[in-house]
Design a protein around this ligand. Structure first.
Ligand code: PAF
Length: 266
């Protein structure tokens, strides 16, 4: 393996089409592909779905074998946190970790940044790949890698969607058939906001209210629906050209997230 490039795809398992796209993109970027499957308890809050999170190790293993992944890393919790979660050193990314999803899931992004740092240190890849569905997560990982001088390229890949627009996610499993039928309204609401921005509207607060209203009318309990600068995640300034519209919305047992990019016309 000496001299060969290594690409790494960290996952929490229950693999779907989005993960397959990441593995295929990894294969194009390196001679060796490493995938980890680890449901990381540190990134779940006390009342969240850590225990219920779908675990399908046998199916995951078979799929990764079929994709000809070179190394599958499936550690146990006490291997990753030998001193226990409470005592482990932590990675924080100030500000970014507290906004949007971070405001509703305190500690979540610390858990993500910590485990990703540990996995990158263990695997030592040249490149690591993440889905853009978790846009805030991707930005936090990029920031941690840059600030902590990690010698790795962080690559984000476009969200993989079902034919009706729903972003692929392991948490889609929580949806009943009725909830699944309305779930594409998340992407529809984001797309409506994107079109409004790209047609020249500047009233972002009103666009956000319309998005919240559309989701509520479809039966969701949205945590937020927000227009942000795609490079900083701050509210858009007059200079912001690349925007992103992000949302997190609850329905039944599921909390779904999604986002779309929008280019502001000049
Ligand atoms: O996106 C995920 O599946 C997880 O947050 C990650 C990056 C594997 C860290 O546990």
């Amino acid at each position: 393996m000496a001299g060969e490039r290594i690409a790494f795809v960290p996952t929490m398992g229950n693999l779907h089409g989005g993960h397959v796209s990441l593995v295929q993109a990894a294969r194009e970027r390196a001679q060796r592909v490493v995938v980890s499957v680890f449901v990381n308890p540190l990134q779940f809050g006390p009342n969240e779905d850590y225990a219920a999170y779908p675990r399908t190790p046998d199916e995951d293993r078979k799929l990764l074998e079929a994709l000809k992944v070179d190394v599958l890393f499936m550690p146990e919790v006490d291997e990753m946190y030998p001193r226990g979660q409470a005592l482990t050193a932590r990675v924080h990314v100030p500000e970014l970790e507290d906004i949007l999803c971070g405001a509703f899931r305190p500690g979540h992004f610390m858990g993500v940044a910590t485990i990703v740092t540990k996995l990158l240190n263990l695997v030592q890849p040249d490149v690591a790949l993440f889905g853009e569905k978790d846009f805030q997560q991707l930005m936090i990982i990029r920031r941690a890698a840059e600030d902590l001088c990690m010698p790795v390229e962080i690559v984000g890949l476009p969200t993989t969607r079902e034919p009706d627009g729903l972003a692929m996610s392991s948490r889609n499993r929580y949806l009943t058939p009725e909830q699944r039928a309305v779930a594409p309204q998340i992407f529809a609401a984001l797309e409506r906001a994107r079109r409004a921005i790209e047609s020249g509207r500047r009233d972002f607060a009103e666009i956000e209210r319309e998005g919240m209203g559309m989701l509520e009318a479809a039966g969701f309990r949205p945590d937020y629906f927000s227009v942000r600068d795609a490079n900083t995640l701050a509210p858009p300034s007059d200079e912001s050209e690349e925007l992103v519209v992000l949302t997190a919305a609850r329905i039944g047992r599921a909390r779904l997230i999604d986002n779309v990019r929008a280019k502001r016309p000049r």
